[in-house]
Write a protein that binds this ligand. Structure first.
Ligand SMILES: C[S@@+](CC[C@H](N)C(=O)[O-])C[C@H]1O[C@@H](n2cnc3c(N)ncnc32)[C@H](O)[C@@H]1O
Length: 261
């Protein structure tokens, strides 16, 4: 039945915390370099990271010398993050309700998490939590670069997805529609766009790695994940995936609706 096994929503990640931890690929080095070049990530900078998961983005920020407050509602994910990165301040809560002090952070970050937030609630909260000249950096992995050549594996994935039929379409912009995300994130006037960039990258994955990675996707059922992994086997055991990580850097507006770029 279409949609079966797809019911956990944002709790999907916590239910698969161990697999999530080993399966999700790192963010591109070029993205970290860009944040450093813009002076957003440097020693002593105070970061609040929303939807931090197991700390895939938290770790490199701590290693760059930032002080990171990591907000994560999943107990299992947050526990893993805290064990691996004891220097992070972890708040087990949602972005909509986490107690955040006012004007306490230079940078807010959402790494592959923005699509889970109620932005009408969260954007004003981030605006309050940031210092006057603070920034909000939003990025995410898009697993399957729509602008890349369609590989045989991606054709198999498209067939699996097409079989789902009439699942309720998402209410948010599509993963790869970065311009729509920029409009969504700036529409309330709390933030203005400062920089938008896409980092394209490739990764070779085995059938087991595909099985782990696709298990972490909240909209994939166990049967679909098995089918994706079988497809890798039939294609020789390893496949090359083309992924893209769009980065949106937003600058805090002086007051909603008053800032200019
Ligand atoms: C795809 S994971 C990304 C985790 C991590 N940032 C990373 O880069 O690997 C999405 C994360 O958002 C968290 N999340 C979902 N809804 C949330 C909310 N309302 N507030 C804060 N975090 C949320 C999930 O628990 C999960 O850890």
């Amino acid at each position: 039945m279409p949609g079966e096994g797809r019911g956990l929503g944002p709790w999907h990640f916590d239910a698969h915390a161990e697999i999530y931890d080993r399966a999700r690929p790192d963010y591109p080095a070029a993205l970290w370099k860009r944040l450093w070049e813009f002076g957003l990530l440097r020693c002593g900078v105070r970061v609040v990271e929303l939807g931090a998961g197991t700390g895939l983005a938290t770790g490199p920020m701590l290693q760059a010398g930032a002080a990171v407050t990591a907000v994560e509602p999943g107990q299992g994910l947050a526990g893993r993050l805290q064990r691996r990165w004891p220097e992070a301040s972890v708040i087990i809560d949602r972005a909509e309700t986490a107690p955040l002090p006012s004007a306490a952070f230079d940078l807010a970050v959402a790494a592959t998490a923005i699509h889970w937030f109620d932005l009408d609630v969260v954007l004003p909260r981030i605006h309050r939590a940031l210092v006057t000249d603070g920034h909000f950096a939003v990025w995410r992995h898009v697993f399957g670069d729509p602008s890349a050549v369609a590989t045989p594996f991606r054709q198999r994935i498209a067939e699996i997805v097409a079989r789902r039929g009439d699942l309720t379409p998402p209410r948010r912009p599509a993963d790869f529609d970065t311009e729509a995300w920029v409009r969504r994130l700036t529409g309330s006037g709390h933030f203005v766009a400062a920089h938008v960039e896409r980092f394209s990258w490739t990764i070779e994955l085995s059938a087991d790695q595909i099985h782990d990675l696709f298990t972490t996707f909240s909209d994939w059922t166990a049967a679909e994940v098995d089918e994706a992994a079988r497809a890798v086997h039939t294609l020789g055991g390893h496949i090359l995936e083309h992924y893209v990580t769009p980065l949106i850097i937003l600058k805090r507006a002086a007051a909603p609706g008053t800032a200019t770029t």
